[in-house]
Design a protein around this ligand. Structure first.
Ligand code: NAD
Length: 303
């Protein structure tokens, strides 16, 4: 029997599944570093999503018992994974389980920005005149537009086929992939993508410095849209704000932010922004698939 510490909200099916395998579970969310350091000793596995920060201190507290840290999701940037590995603790994730959900949210933000979905809801609720909103909300169709996908991995490809089905032309940039295996995707340089795309959506791992900053925005079409469901910081938020205020960009769809959960209020309140609080993988279907993947990993380690 292993001892499994589950630190973020997961599907109940996952908790039940671990118990049915005969392992002991402590399911406790919202722990800060101090509480984690007190709690982790004696546990053999930790299961986290993106909220729990697995710092060096937390890893040190698990030395002797902790064998694996499982990220129920994709990005492992909230885990000091290099440090964990250096201490002999594996870090695993569930890379494909949430891809359809994230792709659908990226498309949802495209519709939301192009058709004023979020903005009209907000204006109607605050009592703006119905006819005035209608007059000021002439949108665009996605049909016929060029979508620029930066990062054509698992999620990028899921976005590509959906956008293709909507009648969009797809161009993509990825320094590590020359052929994504989709004949309707044209691979281009970043410069070409910036110059040609009506909407740019990012599906890359977290980067040290932004992929889209002031210079890149300047090279984009006037009236272009940026969608970020990848990670906060891959788009420079200050540069994005400036471009929204100057009218260079038509709008932005943002699911992931610098400094979550203390996000930039100016950006979050901006009328041209469709905003969600890191909801990419937050569907029942994704959480069930993630749960199944986590159970497989636990079985692999502890039987
Ligand atoms: P993936 O590894 O399958 O694909 C990432 C792609 O980005 C790869 O093809 C890689 O070659 C490419 N890439 C790396 N650096 C690049 C660069 N500088 N320019 C262009 N391309 C580059 O990953 P994925 O599963 O598709 O996930 C993509 C992102 O989505 C990750 O950042 C992940 O954390 C994020 N994500 C967000 C949510 C959410 O809740 N919003 C949920 C899941 C994943």
């Amino acid at each position: 029997m292993a001892k499994i510490l589950v630190c973020d909200k997961v599907s109940q099916k996952l908790i039940d599944g671990i118990q049915q395998m005969g392992h002991e579970v402590l399911y406790k969310t919202g722990m800060d570093e101090d509480e984690l350091v007190k709690t982790v000793p004696g546990f053999n596995a930790m299961v986290v999503r993106s909220a729990t920060k697995v710092t060096e201190k937390v890893i040190d507290a698990g030395l002797g018992s902790l064998k694996v840290i499982i990220r129920a999701g994709v990005g492992i940037d909230n885990i000091k994974h290099e440090y964990a590995k250096s201490k002999g603790i594996d870090v695993r994730n569930t890379p494909a389980a949430s891809s359809p959900s994230v792709a659908e949210l990226a498309i949802a933000h495209m519709f939301s920005v192009y058709r004023f979905v979020a903005r009209s809801t907000w204006r109607l609720r605050k009592g703006d005149d119905f006819k005035k909103i209608k007059k000021e909300s002439q949108g665009h169709e996605l049909f016929g537009k060029t979508l620029g996908i930066i990062g054509i991995g698992r999620i990028g490809r899921e976005v590509a086929w959906r956008a293709h089905a909507l009648g969009m032309k797809i161009i993509a940039h990825d320094p590590y992939i020359t052929d994504p295996g989709l004949d309707y995707v044209e691979m281009v340089s970043l410069d070409d993508l910036l110059a040609r795309a009506d909407i740019i959506t990012l599906h890359v791992p977290k980067t040290d410095k932004p992929i889209i900053g002031r210079e890149e925005i300047a090279r984009m079409k006037d009236g272009a849209v940026i969608i970020n469901t990848a990670r906060g910081g891959v788009v420079d938020e200050e540069a994005l704000l400036e471009a929204l205020n100057s009218g260079k960009l038509w709008g932005a769809g943002i699911d992931v932010w610098e400094n979550e959960p203390n996000i930039n209020p100016e950006l979050m309140n901006h009328p041209l922004v469709s905003a969600t609080p890191h909801l990419g993988a937050t569907t029942s279907e994704a959480q069930d698939r993630i749960g199944e993947e986590v159970l497989k990993i636990i079985k692999e380690y502890f039987g």
